[in-house]
Design a binder for this molecule. Structure first.
Ligand SMILES: C[S@@+](CC[C@H](N)C(=O)[O-])C[C@H]1O[C@@H](n2cnc3c(N)ncnc32)[C@H](O)[C@@H]1O
Length: 878
């Protein structure tokens, strides 16, 4: 499996997975026990521990690490556990007496201080073998716990949110002093598991066996299975109408439903008045009786229908719909239902019985049609006028650009489109009128519901089947979302054009992410355009050739078929400008099949238009193949003798358990290259610029001062929102959320002070130009001095001069060689021209050296200037 896939596909290589790998734990679940122990501290004082359902041994490793040396640790599981130092393990079923005997042999007359149970039934291998549900397994582990626990001991168990939950807690409460249910941070939010920590075992002398008997503990609920029909029927409906929802987010076993596998006969399904409730609760529809076998031979019973009947739990909404249609067809075929006659058939009958004059009738019919046509035209004209008026009003309010008028007129003439961005009803109706939706979505031929409803022009179809209206609503919402996405894209595009900063920001964001779609780049420059066109075309040709050569050409054919209407279709003018027709041409598969996630948003907007609704069929096929993946995983896991619970029930997120491969050779596979680069980039930045935010400095200081440990920091980084799925959320929403949806990290005064001090030091440094000028000056001075020295040597060597002359000459040279600053400035004495000096000419009496005659005001000004400079200097230093 590719690195990227591991992370994004299953989304499971999280922090704890990496930590488990780093710290050598066999499963990420090890952190659950670490966190539970951190909260309740039961391992440090324990001398004997039994871990039930312990494979591959993550919890055993933790127990061995945290428990005192020389303590006894025993691990049991259905599958064998690789040896762990200081731990005794054996393979056994904890529900059997044999397991109890093995533990007894091991412990002799010792009692355990802690009994752990992290078991989950191995659902998925075979339905029949899964007789023990999770709750029953918990009860079995409790049975062992009460036998082996010492008084005051601790029992830790995993339970799932289900109707059994309260009963189990009640039983725990009878046997332990303190019972607390908790969900450690490392347990994924999507998982239904909860850990119950039962402390202070009461060790009663006699325990009523009923406490430990599933039949009694879960009795009330078993009784309610029959009575609670209303709820289960509702659940069943939800299962049928939103099968994918159920698959993604499992809240435990459905209420009152403890039998994991249910089969009904095809006759039950066909004859039952509430087929939807049935479909939601059963796993298989079987054809066993003679009558049912005959149905298998019917034309309507296609291979798909047969396959669907085999495993209802893996079906999508489309499949359920197909099954319901099949049921209607069989009912009609077998005479349970009488086929409702079409309107024209009824008219025929009237024709015969009433013997109406044929010509007269044609005449009437023509008149009726003409009247209808006139009414329709009138309605359309009125609607177009309304749209126009609305647009003009919008223009007056400056809500729209004049270009939009054309667009809307165009759409109105088509009868579907953009009357209002937030009103897709008109578009839907328009499409339906033209039979477009029916043709594209259902194929139009085998949809008895819509045929029978007989939609008249302009009349709302109120008797539509629930499934259809649901589908429409979904499509409407999807269309609306796509449109919002498109508008958001356009907005970003405009922002990009206007704002250079935005471009930089976006480029930065992109540098950390994978390109949406590598096939086509959205660039404006002509060069790049032509490049991409050439390259794209060539690649497309090559891809086509390859596809032709491939044996799996069916798939590409199908894709071509799907794309064909898109290419032939006139592009609506309201389409985002980024998707030019040239690009649409390039929307052919270039490198690899485009998944929904890979396809650029622009392409999604395009294909989300109603005219492409038929693509859903293809998408279903693709979805189905996607859903196969966990099954393959499951096969792999089974080969290893280890059941990964995510593969249970066809990839349902059931338990939150994950094995961490210990094989060092596979290390490379584990890490996600993308994530690693991010870290590297961060490290490089920190090295280059240091810590730049007060939050980072606060954390660093806390680490250095040992106020926080690394593990604490990691734990702080996880909250109940951290694993929130962003799947399916529109990009504009995510972008907006990203701005505000941040945890507030604490900042200390010291951190802020440290950062300020650093900033001041940076500010005090001269800017580059000043530093360069200073260096230049220094360099020139050195050169001048050098030159002067050489000349002085020459003077010294000459014999024409006396020593005194030489000295004078050299002094002169050296003075010249010195920089201006170094050269002694001869002080010019300022003599105020007042008193005795007033109006005198020539050197005043008693004044030696250079002098300058000034008036008194200038002297004051010079003094004031000096004072000011001095004061400024002082202020700078403080
Ligand atoms: C989630 S794993 C336990 C992981 C373990 N705590 C760790 O940290 O490595 C659940 C285990 O329950 C075991 N199991 C399920 N039913 C069992 C049974 N009846 N007897 C013994 N083990 C069972 C499975 O074989 C599986 O290894």
């Amino acid at each position: 499996m590719a690195k990227g896939q591991k992370k994004t596909g299953k989304g499971r290589l999280d922090k704890y997975y990496k930590l488990a790998k780093e710290q050598g734990y066999r499963a990420r679940s090890a952190f659950k026990l670490i966190q539970l122990n951190k909260k309740y501290a039961f391992l440090e004082s324990a001398r004997c521990c039994i871990d039930l359902c312990a494979a591959p041994g993550g919890w055993l490793q933790v127990a061995s690490k945290y428990m005192p040396t020389n303590s006894v640790i025993v691990g049991v599981d259905l599958v064998s556990i690789k040896p762990i130092p200081r731990v005794v393990t054996f393979a056994s079923d904890i529900t059997t007496p044999q397991c109890r005997n093995l533990i007894r042999n091991e412990l002799k007359d010792w009692k355990a201080d802690v009994v752990l149970h992290d078991g989950a039934p191995n659902v998925g291998t075979a339905w029949v073998q899964d007789a023990y549900s999770q709750s029953e397994l918990v009860l079995m582990s409790l049975k062992l716990a009460v036998e082996f626990l010492a008084k005051g001991g601790t029992f830790v168990t995993k339970v799932f949110r289900s109707v059994d939950y309260n009963n189990l807690i009640w039983v725990f409460g009878q046997l332990f002093g303190k019972v607390e249910a908790t969900k450690p941070p490392s347990s994924r939010n999507v998982s239904a598991e909860i850990f119950v920590v039962c402390r202070d075992f009461l060790a009663p002398k006699y325990i009523d066996p009923k406490f430990l008997d599933p039949k009694h503990v879960f009795k009330d609920l078993a009784a309610s299975v029959g009575t609670d029909k209303g709820t289960s029927a509702n659940n069943a409906q939800a299962n049928v109408f939103q099968p994918e929802k159920k698959r993604r987010k499992r809240d435990g076993y459905s209420d009152g439903d403890y039998t994991l596998f249910k089969k009904i006969s095809a006759a039950d399904f066909v004859k039952n008045p509430d087929p939807i409730a049935l479909l939601g609760t059963v796993n298989k529809i079987a054809f066993e009786t003679e009558e049912e076998k005959e149905w298998l031979a019917l034309d309507v019973t296609t291979a798909d229908v047969k396959a669907n009947c085999d495993d209802l739990k893996v079906l999508g909404k489309g499949d359920f719909k197909a099954l319901l249609k099949w049921r209607i067809a069989v009912r009609e075929e077998t005479g349970i239902d009488v086929k409702t006659k079409h309107a024209d058939e009824i008219t025929d009958t009237v024709e015969i019985t009433e013997e109406v004059d044929e010509e007269q009738e044609i005449q009437d019919e023509l008149e009726r049609l003409n009247a209808e046509q006139a009414a329709r035209t009138k309605r359309e004209r009125r609607r177009a006028n309304e749209v126009k008026t609305k647009t003009i009003q919008r223009m007056q309010l400056q809500m729209t650009a004049p270009m939009d008028i054309g667009m809307e007129q165009h759409d109105a003439s088509l009868g579907f489109g953009q009357d209002d961005v937030f009103d897709l009803t008109g578009a839907e109706k328009g499409m339906r009128k033209k039979g477009g939706v029916a043709n594209l979505v259902g194929g139009g031929d085998d949809m008895p519901e819509s045929d029978e409803s007989g939609v008249e022009d302009g009349i709302e179809d109120e008797d539509e089947e629930m499934l259809d209206s649901d589908e429409e609503r979904e499509r409407k919402i999807a269309g609306l979302e796509a449109e919002l996405d498109g508008m958001y894209d356009m907005y970003q595009e405009r922002m990009k054009e206007r704002d250079a900063k935005f471009k930089v920001k976006e480029a930065r964001i992109k540098s950390g992410q994978l390109e949406e779609w590598n096939g086509i780049k959205e660039k404006d420059s002509d060069d790049e355009d032509s490049d991409s066109e050439e390259g794209g075309w060539e690649q497309m040709e090559a891809a086509k050739e390859k596809a032709g050569a491939d044996s799996s050409s069916d798939e590409s054919d199908e894709e071509d078929k799907v794309e064909a209407p898109g290419l032939g279709q006139k592009r609506p003018r309201n389409e985002p400008p980024a998707l030019s027709s040239k690009r649409i041409k390039l929307l052919t598969k270039l490198k690899e099949p485009q998944t929904a996630a890979q396809t650029s948003r622009a392409a999604q907007v395009w294909f989300n238009q109603d005219v492409f609704a038929g693509i859903d069929e293809l998408r279903n096929v693709e979805d189905d193949t996607d859903e196969d993946v966990p099954m393959n995983d499951q096969a792999e896991n089974e080969e290893d003798g280890w059941q990964d619970e995510d593969s249970v029930s066809g990839g349902e997120q059931y338990d939150d358990f994950e094995v961490v491969p210990q094989d060092q050779d596979h290390d490379i596979d584990m890490w996600d290259a993308e994530g690693e680069n991010e870290d590297e980039v961060k490290q490089a930045k920190i090295k280059k610029f240091g810590l730049v935010t007060p939050e980072a400095v606060t954390i660093a200081q806390q680490l250095v001062n040992r106020e926080k440990t690394r593990t604490q920091l990691i734990n702080d980084g996880f909250n109940r929102y951290s694993l929130n799925s962003q799947e399916g959320l529109p990009s504009w929403f995510l972008d907006d959320e990203a701005k505000n949806y941040k945890s507030n990290l604490p900042i200390t005064k010291e951190a802020v002070a440290a950062l300020r001090a650093r900033q001041r030091a940076l500010d005090a440094r001269p800017i580059k130009k000043v530093a360069e000028a200073k260096a230049r000056k220094k360099y020139k001075a050195a050169q001048r001095l050098d030159k002067a020295m050489k000349k002085a040597e020459g003077v010294n060597a000459t014999s024409d001069m006396t020593e005194r002359e030489k000295a004078q000459q050299i002094e002169k040279l050296m003075r010249k060689g010195m920089s201006k600053g170094q050269r002694e400035k001869k002080e010019v004495k300022l003599i105020v021209a007042k008193g005795a000096h007033k109006g005198i000419k020539g050197r005043p009496k008693g004044v030696k050296g250079r002098y300058s005659m000034v008036d008194s005001r200038m002297k004051k000004e010079v003094r004031a200037k000096k004072r000011k400079e001095k004061a400024n200097k002082k202020r700078k230093h403080t």
